[in-house]
Design a protein around this ligand. Structure first.
Ligand code: NDP
Ligand code: X2W
Length: 393
């Protein structure tokens, strides 16, 4: 786990320069990718010094996104990957775009040996995750991407998720993983409940404004749009191309399960109850999310105060940017990246403002923020492995 110079170690290790496979490895070493491989004793692609990471649910969208991000991570190596129906398959048959990577085959969780694993990303459906995490060895650091440990009040979990909480003791230990807001708590956590994608895009702009008492906390309306990958990879009729293409559909109207998560996070900073009206919409794109948030200004507050407060709150943050006055955040600008772009606009109606926030649901809304959190939990700089710019245009 120490920060050794990979290139110097690598070029001191023995290589057969005439073997095309070895040469291939060396060529790839130029970008750092396979340097870990030449450090290994056994042919396992993980350096002795790497943090050994497991990905539970590696055959899903967020799991495969963790794999993509870890390809550029200098300290984490992938030790095991699990799947359910796809257990037993190589990752290349599930995700051909990953066939260039040297990765372990997918196995069932029951067959996984965690004794030499340091940390796991848990990329499993909510509902099943509590039981699975309950059964994991206690030495593991865990970042759970599901919703299973996000709500502190387990009766609220039961109300919104329709089933009793199955690991109430673990719930007490879980830290909510909105990195920019709870960084210090996350550093010392063993179990982090990574936020949902909508709650991330909504809380990042609202937390600083509520903290500074700049908006009315009883009058917040959110209209949000998500790309289809937000719903996961398993087949569902409403997610067929013919159902999703060339249209927009609202869902979960008045009762989406992210409402209590958003209200919980905002109430924590307001120190009183906050209510939001939230409507999510599915739009025909693969990834990306935009939240348009309509707020009333507190008495005496001007629109410039909101912009200034957001700028101030995020001036030292790498992954949250407040755009210049008048510039509209676009989902294209964050695709494939861990960034959240925010801006605030005066409404035509006096006393009101419109906030626009964009993220990539699979990165800042899931696997990117999860990696940011695991970096912190393992004592590394939180931006390791997260230096991706968007593809543009
Ligand atoms: N997609 C997104 O944008 C976001 C997702 N999340 C949350 O992250 C989690 C993962 O989401 P996502 O990757 O989209 O989901 P997917 O449906 O794409 O992937 C789910 C993964 O879990 C495995 N799995 C399913 N059921 C079981 C089970 N009973 N036991 C063990 N493994 C199982 C699947 O294996 P197999 O393929 O073999 O069936 C697959 O690897 C979810 O809780 C989701 O709500 C959070 C934020 C954003
Ligand atoms: C488009 C779509 O269906 N999106 C998902 C949210 C994805 C996310 O953040 O979810 P979790 O809370 O499950 O982790 C939904 O609305 O349920």
């Amino acid at each position: 786990m120490s920060a050794i110079s990979f290139s110097s170690v690598c070029f001191h290790s023995a290589h057969n320069w005439n073997n095309p496979k070895e040469f291939g490895k060396l060529r790839k070493q130029q970008d750092g990718k396979l340097l870990v491989k030449c450090l290994s004793k056994s042919g396992n692609p993980i350096s002795q010094n790497a943090v050994r990471v497991g990905i539970l649910g590696a055959s899903g969208y967020t799991g495969s996104e963790v794999i993509r991000l870890l390809a550029n991570h200098p300290q984490f190596g992938i030790a095991l990957m699990t799947a359910d129906r796809k257990a037993g398959q190589p990752i290349s048959s599930v995700f051909p775009h990953l066939s260039t990577q040297d990765l372990p085959d997918l196995i069932a969780i029951k067959d996984a040996n965690f004794s030499d694993v340091d940390a796991v990303f848990c990329c499993l459906p909510h509902g099943t995750t509590q039981e699975i995490i309950k059964g994991l060895p206690k030495h593991l650091k865990i970042v759970d991407l599901s919703a299973d440990f996000r709500l502190k009040d387990i009766s609220e979990y039961e109300e919104w998720y329709g089933q009793p909480h199955r690991a109430p003791d673990l719930q007490k230990e879980a830290i909510y993983g909105l990195t920019e807001v709870l960084r210090e708590e996350i550093k010392n956590a063993r179990l982090v409940a990574n936020p949902g994608c909508y709650p991330t895009s909504i809380q990042l702009p609202l937390v600083p404004l509520i903290k500074a008492n700049l908006i009315d906390i009883k009058n917040i309306t959110i209209d949000a749009k998500s790309g289809v990958s937000g719903a996961g990879r398993s087949a569902k009729e409403n997610l067929l191309f013919t159902e999703v293409a060339e249209g927009l559909s609202s869902y979960g109207v008045t009762r989406h399960r992210h409402v209590p998560e958003i209200e919980q996070g905002l109430a924590d900073v307001a120190s009183s109850k906050v209510t939001v009206s939230f409507t999510p919409n599915l739009i025909p794109m693969r990834r990306g999310m935009q939240s348009n948030i309509y707020v009333y200004l507190a008495p005496g507050v001007k629109i410039e105060d909101l912009h200034q407060q957001l700028k101030l709150a995020y001036e030292d943050e790498e992954f949250v940017a407040v755009l210049e006055n008048g510039v509209i955040p676009r989902t294209q600008s964050v695709q494939g990246t861990n960034y959240c772009l925010i801006n605030v606009f005066p409404d035509r109606i006096p006393g009101r403002a419109i906030i626009i926030s964009v993220i990539d649901n699979l990165v800042k809304g899931a696997s990117g923020q999860a990696l940011q959190n695991l970096n912190l939990m393992m004592g590394f700089p939180e931006n390791l492995g997260l230096h991706y710019l968007p593809l543009f245009p």
